[in-house]
Design a protein around this ligand. Structure first.
Ligand SMILES: [Zn+2]
Length: 188
């Protein structure tokens, strides 16, 4: 079972266009990338080069809506943040045999009565198809929760829950690297 999960993840990683992520997951003992308890973001640390693979299973919604959500996440979480060069990919986690992030897509619009959210387990939630923030920042923000980050109100950065800017900080990346909800590997 564990080995199947590893192979599934490797297959996902191999399908990623980024050869950097591909190389990261091809190196070393692949069993070290397995998380039997179902932790949910895979982070490879190579100096200041950080590769994040975030598996998500979207339930409901259209293909276009799922793509828009994944695209908003990768738009925000790729780039130079502080000292870190970060490459983030969202992959379809449906073939993984361990629990992964599962997001239910609601066809409506997020509002005061029902904001897009990630639940306290940091691996499930409900996202609305029509975002309230520009450029789908709802989803980029919620992805931060999936990677173990809390809210940072009043900062107007990505983890401000009413953010209007996609600003990711080096501190956000440091927190992701240190979060117990993620699988961290170090490439030497
Ligand atoms: Zn939040």
């Amino acid at each position: 079972m564990v080995k199947q999960t590893t192979l599934a993840l490797l297959a996902l990683a191999a399908s990623i266009s980024s050869h950097q992520a591909n190389a990261s997951y091809a190196k070393g003992n692949p069993l070290t990338y397995v998380d039997p308890s179902g932790k949910v973001a895979y982070v490879n640390v190579s100096g200041n080069n950080i590769t994040i693979v975030l598996p998500i299973v979207f339930q409901g919604g259209t293909w276009d809506q799922q793509q828009a959500m994944a695209g908003a996440i990768t738009d925000a979480w790729n780039g130079q943040f502080g000292q870190y060069n970060v490459q983030t990919t969202v992959v379809n986690g449906s073939t993984l045999t361990t629990p992964v992030n599962t997001i239910q897509i609601d066809p409506g619009q997020s509002d005061a009565l029902g904001l897009s959210r990630v639940y306290g387990d940091a691996m499930s939630g409900k996202w609305f198809a029509k975002p309230t923030r520009t450029c789908g920042l709802d989803y980029a923000h919620e992805a931060g929760h999936l990677m173990g980050l809390g809210d940072h109100p009043g900062t107007n950065q990505i983890m401000d829950d009413i953010t209007t800017t996609p600003t990711v900080t080096g501190d956000d990346i440091t927190s992701i690297i240190n979060s117990p909800v993620n699988i961290i590997t170090h490439e030497h």
